[in-house]
Design a protein around this ligand. Structure first.
Ligand SMILES: [Zn+2]
Ligand SMILES: [Zn+2]
Length: 466
């Protein structure tokens, strides 16, 4: 598709330039007209707002149908500016970092903090962080695997220790985030509203996008344990963060030190490390699998987020229990889930097959190639000749790739059909053949990848030459 588009580009640079210049002028004038109409409408609306209500209902009735959709967007956008403060979360989210920033340095300066306290701090950092990623996120939000009740409840307690809302709220919001990612009105932590909003701002006020009705979590609302967690959430939070932490502090002989370091400091750090996923992971990094949303893959953020930094992959293949899908990518949550499956504590680990993943990667490579060609075209330099060779090359690669994907798709369809009708022996035979064929296809896709890289290099070289 992409390369087809590439081929469709006019080869004669001049003709293209004239044509695009023409289109540009046309687009610009359309935009001006649209802007003017919109401005006039706004003015009329403002005048209308001054009139008494009864009059307002009759006036402008003819325009109402067309304007309805836009008005509701405007209205919803207006609601964002008037959103009331979300007092309890706001108080916690503002007070805890300030308290931690003021008290911790003073305490460390004036008191000796023992090794066991730091040990509990470290253990709680891991427990809290990984409970959110493996528990609330991959287990409950995406059902990426199944967990033994021991694991599930241990992660649920850790998630409660994290003070990020009940499982109902967290999961409902997260599923909405995936469904409406980047939508300014419907994504509860839309990165399109900027760093502050997506990091923490979305929780400080009662925004319309943050109201969850739990329709998207029918699987959770039936769960008795989660119902209890939701109903008595405040109690659980205090019991875990104050009761349990103080009790452990008493056991290791330093109640205040443990409350401050393993309680408050740990809470603030895990809060913001998780918030990075919604803010920075939608801003900085690469997009190897899709550019249809703002999610990025970022190794540095993966370090702070227990592997969730590979957010581009996650938004494209959300049901995979891995976020860092390559064996070498830093994803401790993936290692934990896979490790627990070895002793039977986690089962049904869902993965996307390698061929599908590579397909996405190669398609993004083609898209990048298309963009390179577009950029090269827009420079208006001596391109027609050079362009021709790039386009031929990209088209050749794309056709080969498409053929490979078609072969693979028909193979997959065959396997599904086979599984229905053939006996076990025959199926094993087919499986062996499939394994072999998949390996061949994988090799082909790898070759396409390296051929594309060569094509990119030649684009770069020719651009420099031009
Ligand atoms: Zn996201
Ligand atoms: Zn997710």
């Amino acid at each position: 598709m992409i390369a087809k588009k590439a081929l469709g580009l006019p080869l004669k640079g001049l003709r293209f330039a004239i044509k695009s210049g023409d289109t540009l002028v046309k687009t610009a004038s359309t935009q001006v007209t649209r802007f003017k109409t919109r401005f006039d409408e706004k003015k009329a609306q403002m005048a209308l707002d001054e009139q008494p209500v009864a009059k307002r209902n009759y006036a402008n009735a003819a325009n109402q149908v067309d304007a309805n959709a836009e008005d509701s967007i405007d209205m919803r956008e207006f609601e964002f500016t008037k959103a009331p403060i979300n007092w309890i979360p706001a108080a916690i989210l503002v007070a805890t970092p300030i308290a931690a920033a003021v008290i911790t340095p003073w305490y460390l300066w004036t008191h000796e903090v023992s090794a066991p306290v730091w040990g509990v701090f470290g253990a709680f950092m891991v427990w809290t962080g990984i409970s959110i990623t493996a528990g609330y996120h991959r287990l409950l939000s995406h059902r990426a695997y199944k967990a033994h009740p021991i694991v599930k409840n241990f992660l649920l307690l850790g998630s409660t220790l994290a003070v990020q809302g009940s499982a109902f709220d967290w999961v409902s919001g997260h599923r909405t985030h995936h469904r409406h990612v980047d939508d300014r009105l419907d994504d509860p932590y839309s990165a399109q509203r900027g760093f502050w909003f997506s990091h923490i701002g979305w929780m400080l006020r009662n925004y319309p996008s943050g109201k969850f009705d739990y329709k998207n979590i029918p699987d959770l609302t039936k769960d008795r344990v989660l119902q209890i967690q939701h109903k008595y959430y405040g109690l659980w939070v205090v019991a875990m963060n104050v009761g349990m932490v103080a009790a452990i502090g008493w056991l290791i002989g330093d109640v205040w030190g443990t409350l401050l370091i393993a309680g408050l400091l740990r809470l603030v750090l895990t809060h913001h490390f998780t918030f990075f996923i919604n803010s920075l992971c939608h801003m900085f990094g690469t997009r190897p699998y899709t550019d249809t949303n703002s999610a990025r893959d970022n190794f540095f953020l993966a370090i702070f987020t227990w592997g969730e930094g590979y957010h581009n992959y996650h938004h494209f293949f959300q049901y995979d229990y891995r976020n860092g899908v390559k064996w070498w990518q830093y994803d401790p949550t993936k290692w934990l889930i896979a490790g627990l499956s070895k002793i039977g504590l986690t089962t049904d680990l869902r993965t996307v097959d390698d061929t599908t993943i590579k397909h996405a990667e190669v398609q993004m490579q083609f898209k990048a190639a298309q963009q390179q060609i577009d950029t090269a075209t827009s420079t208006g330099l001596d391109l027609p000749h050079a362009m021709k060779s790039f386009q031929d090359r990209i088209k050749f690669e794309y056709d080969a790739f498409k053929q490979t994907v078609e072969e693979w798709q028909s193979l997959k369809a065959q396997t599904i059909a086979m599984k229905k009708i053939e006996c076990a022996d025959r199926l094993r035979e087919v499986d062996d053949k499939l394994k072999h064929d998949y390996a061949k296809i994988e090799q082909k896709i790898l070759e396409h990848n390296s051929n594309l890289k060569t094509a990119f290099r030649s684009i770069g070289a020719n651009e420099k030459a031009a």
